[in-house]
Design a protein. Structure first.
Length: 300
């Protein structure tokens, strides 16, 4: 690996075990790494103890790496191992070095507002196409794992509804079909329905789901936006397992699901089930974007 970041401080905040690979890659590139609210093993991966606060972790950083999984509804970072919620506020960001880039899955309006007047420019890279395709594989594997853990029958022969055939949905449908599930693909996009048909899948338009959804013991959604509304949930089987793979706010009406006593697992961030692979891929995208933004960096 080329030593592209000597003299840089890289701050890593929150996230799952993927962020440990960000730390290892940053150190291999010659950077000093600080961290806060990260997964167990962070001290070893970063070669440094945890900073006393998020603000101290960010102080002096030229690159800030935040988790890919979407922000919470309150704009907090995805940080399942942190002792408190993590917010990239103006107070936190103003301590960064001039010209700092902050990488995260999605830049919300509030994050952009917090960054105004600070040395930090937020960069959303969660929709990077090559990264999304690479992440689709561990996400599909994670969906299979969640399904096995939360159903009492084999995937083989299970009537399974996969909603959405985007980059993640493609891998999800293929994974369940490979295990012998009876997969039906639901989408509203005619091109996705045509692709599903070409894959040999049974297809259904989303508008026709209310009449058919009670057939499925397993429902896996990777669709964007609210898809599993109360009206649709009311028509699902009472013993169905519903897996939502989407980032916040998700594709399921969770309040309605709870009221209806439907079994819903919000399995966001499933790329983290293969943290070393996914973390490495994320870091490669970060470095690609960084080289585009900072031409003086020496590329590989």
């Amino acid at each position: 690996m080329t030593m592209e970041l000597p003299g840089w401080k890289v701050a890593v905040a929150g996230g799952d075990r993927r962020m440990l690979e960000h730390m290892r890659q940053a150190r291999a590139a010659g950077a000093q790494v600080s961290h806060y609210g990260c997964a167990p093993g962070a001290e070893e991966a970063a070669g440094a103890p945890e900073a006393p606060s998020l603000g101290e972790a960010v102080r002096g950083a030229k690159l800030i790496s935040c988790p890919i999984p979407g922000l919470g509804t309150d704009d907090s970072l995805y940080a399942p191992f942190a002792q408190e919620k993590l917010f990239m506020t103006t107070e936190v960001l103003r301590g960064a070095a001039p010209g700092t880039l902050m990488f995260m899955g999605r830049v919300s309006p509030r994050i952009a507002q917090w960054a105004q007047g600070t040395p930090v420019t937020p960069v959303g890279y969660g929709d990077d196409d090559p990264l999304a395709i690479m992440h689709a594989v561990p996400t599909a594997e994670g969906a299979v794992k969640v399904a096995i853990e939360n159903t009492e029958e084999t995937i083989l022969g299970m009537d399974t509804l996969c909603i959405g055939l985007g980059r993640v949905g493609m891998s999800v449908a293929q994974a369940f079909r490979a295990l012998g599930a009876n997969v039906t693909l639901a989408a509203r996009n005619p091109s996705q329905l045509a692709r599903a048909w070409a894959m040999g899948l049974t297809t259904v338009h989303l508008r026709d789901l209310p009449a058919l959804v009670d057939r499925f013991l397993l429902v896996v959604s990777s669709a964007s936006g609210m898809v599993l509304t109360r009206e649709l949930l009311e028509r699902t089987r009472g013993d169905a397992t519903i897996i939502d793979l989407c980032s916040p706010p998700g594709s399921v009406d969770f309040g309605a699901a709870e009221a209806l006593r439907r079994k819903v697992i919000w399995a966001r961030g499933q790329a983290g089930t293969a943290p070393q692979t996914s973390g490495y891929n994320e870091w490669q995208v970060i470095m690609r974007i960084l080289r585009e933004r900072v031409p003086e960096l020496v590329g590989p």
